[in-house]
Ligand binder design. Structure first.
Ligand code: ADP
Ligand code: MG
Length: 254
């Protein structure tokens, strides 16, 4: 019996590499032979754009899946990975869904229809803990939390943990943190080392052993509509996401 594992990438802080991690980990999973769908739940459509798709040219997107209940298959584009695309109209979905019964479960329902087609679904979320992120956390089996290694962004983790506790109590009792991922790491600074120590103290074995270092490759690749694994296949950046893929795959059904 094939099972589809759903992983959400969440942190209400922007610029912590949620989208970068969603795409590059997905491509690393594809390299390992897995069938992966990336679902863009951010109205900014950065994930969609990072595969060279212009959100403004889409006639159907995740908005229509969530609000008009069209099949998610209709908004999937096939690139390095399959992407369920988003555009700016998704910003209106929270209001459009607000009076729906089961508004927190629209994404979960949409993904049920494709669970046979994929081994993994990766959900990229917007920088907020609103209804779009709640839909993602409700649909998810586990959550990967990219964290930029600085004190201020780590304080936001408490808020995310509170939201997860609420989700567990009301919507999705089994959702777990797959792991906390230090991103944009600059090991030359004392600050980054201290931040990682603090994460180790607070999260123990929930902290991934993988670290994603800061490199300019990550800014260059999306401009070309590529993952870093394709843009610079032998570089350190690609290597770190392949390493992370091995780590996540070794968790199995955690
Ligand atoms: P989020 O989705 O959390 O807002 P992004 O994935 O869009 O964050 O990343 C924010 C910015 O940081 C982007 O411009 C991205 O290219 C860049 N970036 C991501 N990871 C790295 C990295 N390891 N090193 C350098 N720049 C990075
Ligand atoms: Mg993003």
């Amino acid at each position: 019996m094939p099972t589809c594992k759903v992983i959400a990438f969440a942190n209400q802080k922007g610029g912590v590499a949620k989208t970068t991690t969603t795409l590059n980990l997905a491509v690393a999973f594809v390299e390992e032979g897995h069938r992966v769908l990336c679902c863009d739940m951010d109205p900014q459509g950065n994930l969609t754009m990072s595969q060279g798709i212009d959100p403004d040219t889409l006639d159907k997107s995740m908005y229509d899946v969530l609000v008009h209940h069209i099949s998610i298959r209709e908004v999937v584009k096939h690139r390095e990975v399959d992407v369920a695309c988003a555009s700016i109209d998704l910003a209106g979905a929270e209001i459009a869904m607000s009076t729906m019964i089961g508004r927190e479960r629209q994404l979960e329902k949409a993904l049920k229809q494709v669970e046979e087609d994929y081994d993994y679904v990766f959900i990229d979320t917007p920088p907020s803990l609103g209804l779009l992120t709640i839909n993602a956390l409700t649909a998810a089996d586990t959550v990967i939390v990219p964290v930029q290694c600085e004190y201020l962004s780590m304080r936001g983790l408490v808020q995310l943990q509170n939201t997860l506790a609420m989700i567990r109590e009301n919507l999705n009792p089994d959702v777990e943190i797959e792991g906390i991922l230090p991103t944009l790491v600059d090991l030359r600074t004392l600050h980054a080392k201290e931040a990682i120590e603090l994460l180790e103290e607070n999260f123990g074995d929930r902290l991934f052993a993988s670290r994603i270092r800061k490199t300019v490759r990550f800014a260059e690749a999306p401009v070309k509509g590529m993952s870093v694994l394709k843009y610079d296949p032998d570089g350190l950046a690609a290597h770190s996401y392949r390493q992370l893929a091995k780590e996540v795959l070794s968790h199995g059904n955690r």
